[in-house]
Design a protein around this ligand. Structure first.
Ligand code: 6R9
Length: 655
């Protein structure tokens, strides 16, 4: 995430990519869709009233007295109201007689499974809440959760929410350093972890990283350890506690206190490129309102019949909002999968869709491009006819990846919702609605009802149709971040200083001739080539549109002639072979033909892998380091630190 987002380029983005394909919603879905056009009318007529209506989806123990208190840039929603997030996600459904409904079909990577109903989940959450209390965790305390994708991760989060403790989930697999800085900043007193989890067919360990991180951090009083793999762990007597020892013996009853609407629910750290990571704070009532609404609206959720699957990690905000709080607050049935998509075979995701009859699937473009690279023969082996809505999140989806997803996963029938949002926004902000919006490959289309997003130029003026600029949010929204943990000044400076009175997320965007929005990536990634601002996204999408390319990452490297020059790294589709000079030349011409000669890359390097964060975002700043022959910056949030070194060597060899 950008430190201080600023439009480094002095003019607005060039608008290079053309797209004329458009898909209307399927008639049956449209006829019965949760969201119809009147939702937009209602929200624009009275935005606060609209959100108040959405807040009524939840169970409040005490009604709010005020919908919004807005002291820019600090917002409070539903003040005076009291509710409990865990009760809303669990007890409420059991009390309404839906205890036997499955909350999670959990699938372990080795093939072991667990079916967890809402009644089961309620017992587990109550027991865990009692255990946390026994360990001395109280309201307002911070609890770090460093776990694999297992049900206890969800249980630990909800147990915190239940007692009013603030959870702080760290991706299992982040380095000891990354975990340590987050423990320091949040001053967590408990770490919940496990011996390990399964990834790529092997048990991987988690506990040793916690041991190392906690060694010099006396603020952490206990480490609560779930046994998942059964591997040996070192044990620190007096500090470490087995989950099965303390949780399993607790009563399955727990009286939940109602918390203030603005009571902190969780902190989630966004990586921060060079500086200290930012602890993004979310609170209870507004956050739950918007995740609940968007999960129902954007995915057209029918809780009685749908099987929903967010194929992402809980350590990413996408997992918080659309594995845990959205689906559970709506009483939905979800799939949760522990492992990697190619274990034990490259059709594992599609096998899971077939096995559980998944109707709605939500994943990142990086996953889709990986499946493109592997080839369509893998999904073709499975029955995917249960799918009715597909979603994308995390990066701009390249038009070709969109087409592949729609064709080979969605059978040419399913609408695709390209959902733009951030850790900071808490919930989906810009997206098509599957029952009413025509889908355009690559476009996130329109702000949801109740969100006032716009595209502005350098001086903060709305741009006309057909122009690029910066996306901003004009009015506060319920699930917005409430600040950066412990640093209100940084909150103001990072998000509210670029444009007076507007929230600036740090992304470039354009408004097309129809008035629809296209998100073009981080403005820090925008390249300035011979005086033109060109978005990395557009060049990447042009490359991916070539039949031999599965994935592309583009960066600007300093150049004596053009200021910056475009350097591209591409991964080929498996059927394309090795590449070679002929292909590279062809790709350069292909980009020029698509976007114009100004966007022709100076260099294109064919590589086996790209540096990515755990949520699948390409780390372009590292590619820039490579392309400018610099020492690499912070790599602590990278999935695979080796891949960037291999790439660096390849680049140096290429001269
Ligand atoms: C949910 C999430 C946020 C950044 C955001 C933007 C990029 C996410 C996108 C998208 C284009 C989409 N992003 N979704 N760009 N189209 N549909 O990803 O949160 O990890 O905080 O990242 O991701 O650049 O600013 P987070």
């Amino acid at each position: 995430m950008a430190e201080t987002p600023q439009g480094q380029g002095q003019e607005t983005l060039s608008n290079l990519l053309q797209e004329s394909r458009s898909f209307p919603p399927p008639a049956d879905l449209a006829a019965d869709a949760n969201v119809q056009a009147d939702a937009y009318d209602a929200a624009s007529a009275d935005r606060l009233r609209f959100w108040e209506d959405q807040a009524r989806r939840l169970q409040w123990e005490q009604p709010w007295s005020n919908v919004l208190d807005w002291n820019p840039p600090f917002a409070e929603w539903f003040t005076g109201g009291k509710l409990n997030a865990a009760v809303n996600c669990v007890d409420r459904h059991v009390d309404a007689g839906r205890g036997e409904r499955v909350a999670f079909h959990w699938e372990g990577e080795p093939g072991d499974t667990r079916t967890i109903t809402y009644a089961d989940l309620k017992d587990m959450v109550c027991q865990a809440a009692n255990a946390l209390t026994e360990l001395g965790v109280g309201k307002g305390d911070r609890v770090a959760i460093y776990m694999p994708m297992i049900p206890e991760t969800v249980v630990a989060m909800l147990a915190c929410a239940r007692i009013g403790a603030v959870h702080m989930v760290v991706f299992g697999g982040f380095s000891v350093d990354a975990l340590g800085t987050r423990l320091d900043d949040s001053e967590a007193k408990l770490v919940v972890t496990s011996d390990g989890g399964y990834r790529r067919g092997k048990p991987s360990s988690l506990k040793p990283a916690v041991d190392e991180a906690v060694r010099d951090r006396p603020a952490v009083e206990n480490v609560l350890v779930v046994r998942r793999t059964g591997q040996d762990v070192e044990w620190n007597e007096g500090r470490d506690v087995w989950w099965h020892d303390i949780v399993d013996r607790q009563p399955t009853e727990h009286a939940a206190e109602a918390h203030d609407s603005e009571h902190p629910l969780y902190i989630m750290y966004t990586s921060g490129t060079t500086a200290k990571p930012k602890g993004i704070l979310h609170t209870t009532g507004g956050y739950l309102t918007q995740v609940s609404y968007t999960h129902w609206a954007v995915f057209d959720l029918k809780p009685e019949t749908d099987v929903f699957w967010t194929a992402a990690d809980i350590g990413w905000v996408t997992g918080h909002s659309y594995i845990v709080y959205g689906p559970l607050s709506n009483g939905a049935t979800s799939v949760m999968y522990e492992g990697t998509p190619d274990t034990p075979h490259k059709g594992r995701f599609w096998e899971i869709v077939q096995k559980y009859g998944v109707t709605i699937a939500y994943m990142a473009p990086t996953a889709i491009r990986t499946f493109m690279k592997w080839g369509e023969e893998y999904p073709a082996q499975f029955d995917l006819s249960s799918l009715r809505v597909l979603g994308s999140v995390g990066e701009p989806i390249n038009p070709e990846a969109y087409m592949w997803y729609r064709t080979h996963i969605g059978g040419g029938r399913t609408p695709i919702v390209d959902t733009w949002w951030q850790t900071e926004t808490g919930a989906i902000m810009v997206t098509p609605m599957p029952g009413i919006t025509h889908g355009k490959p690559g476009a996130a289309m329109q702000p949801i009802p109740g969100v006032d997003a716009d595209v502005v130029d350098e001086s903060g003026e709305s741009v006309p149709r057909g122009q690029g600029g910066f996306i901003v949010i004009r009015e506060p929204w319920p699930s917005m971040l409430r600040g950066i943990w412990g640093d209100p000044e940084r909150y103001k400076k990072t998000y509210w200083s670029r444009f007076d009175g507007l929230y600036f997320p740090g992304d470039g965007a354009k408004r097309d001739e129809d008035g629809d929005l296209w998100l073009l990536g981080r403005v820090d990634d925008v390249m300035l080539v011979s005086g033109h601002n060109i978005s990395t996204t557009e060049v990447e999408s042009a490359l991916v549109a070539h039949a031999n390319v599965a994935e592309a990452a583009v960066t600007g490297a300093s150049d004596p002639v053009t200021g910056q020059a475009i350097v591209a790294f591409v991964i080929l589709r498996s059927e394309a072979g090795e590449g070679g000079a002929g292909l590279v030349k062809e790709l350069r011409e292909h980009v020029a033909a698509h976007l114009g000669p100004i966007a022709k890359p100076r260099q294109i390097l064919v590589v086996p892998e790209l540096p990515k964060t755990r949520s699948g975002k390409i780390m372009r700043r590292l590619l820039k380091d490579v392309a400018e022959n610099r020492e690499l910056g912070d790599v602590s949030t990278l999935t695979d630190a080796q891949s960037i070194q291999t790439l660096q060597e390849a680049f140096q060899e290429s001269g």
